[in-house]
Design a protein around this ligand. Sequence first.
Ligand SMILES: Cc1cc2nc3c(=O)[nH]c(=O)nc-3n(C[C@H](O)[C@H](O)[C@H](O)COP(=O)(O)OP(=O)(O)OC[C@H]3O[C@@H](n4cnc5c(N)ncnc54)[C@H](O)[C@@H]3O)c2cc1C
Length: 215
Amino acid sequence: MEQSNTYYGAKIAIATGYYDLPNELNVPGERLPHVSHYYTEAHAFWNQDVVVVGGKNSAAEAALDLWRNGARVTMVHRDAELGSTIKYWVRPDIENRVKAGQIPMYFKSTVKEITAEGVAIEAPDGEKFLPAKQVFLLTGYHPDFHFIESLGVKLDPITKKPAMNPETHESNIPGVYLAGVVIGGRHTSEIFIENGRFHGKQIALALTARRAQAV
Ligand SMILES: Cc1cc2nc3c(=O)[nH]c(=O)nc-3n(C[C@H](O)[C@H](O)[C@H](O)COP(=O)(O)OP(=O)(O)OC[C@H]3O[C@@H](n4cnc5c(N)ncnc54)[C@H](O)[C@@H]3O)c2cc1C
């Protein structure tokens, strides 16, 4: 049974990330049981056809792992090339697998429909059907913009970045602070563990008003 509790505080820091809300394709079949927005593991797919949709880190890493563990992987990506934010040690690996034909990749291609048997795509040279036992839609995630706005925090209409003092991380609503990926808006790749981990300290310093002594 779900239990709810109420906690009281004069200030609140929102650090709800983005991983709970995948960027959906809104195509028929997206909710079928063999379709997932979250990569699991490779071994269940040995000697099976798997389609991975996406062209950034999550998709590349999942495709490589699947291929190394004996799955027949095909990638589908809407852009003409792999994402610019792919980690420098992942990029040559995925590029070489694609070049060698070990992981066939459909660039500039979009998913039209997913069925129990596979994935229908629109590729530059026409429609194709890719058989798939499993489909991973690794097309990114986004913060819960509705939740953040419900607190009164203003979001940029284009980037969805919240209005915030970059020093204190306090939003336009006094007492509401923001940390981690939520401050990136749609640009989730701008915040990662190495830079996001400092936000907590900035907020703590602002809250305790000890910034001057700390520097
Ligand atoms: C596949 C993948 C690989 C990555 N690899 C790397 C990497 O190699 N190096 C790197 O630096 N970064 C990497 N990142 C990015 C990194 O994971 C994020 O930048 C980081 O986790 C963001 O931290 P966060 O605290 O903002 O959010 P999160 O780590 O997402 O934490 C948010 C937390 O808030 C909780 N939450 C959400 N909504 C609510 C709510 N309403 N109430 C209460 N709790 C809530 C969530 O359950 C979660 O526990 C990767 C991300 C992904 C998706």
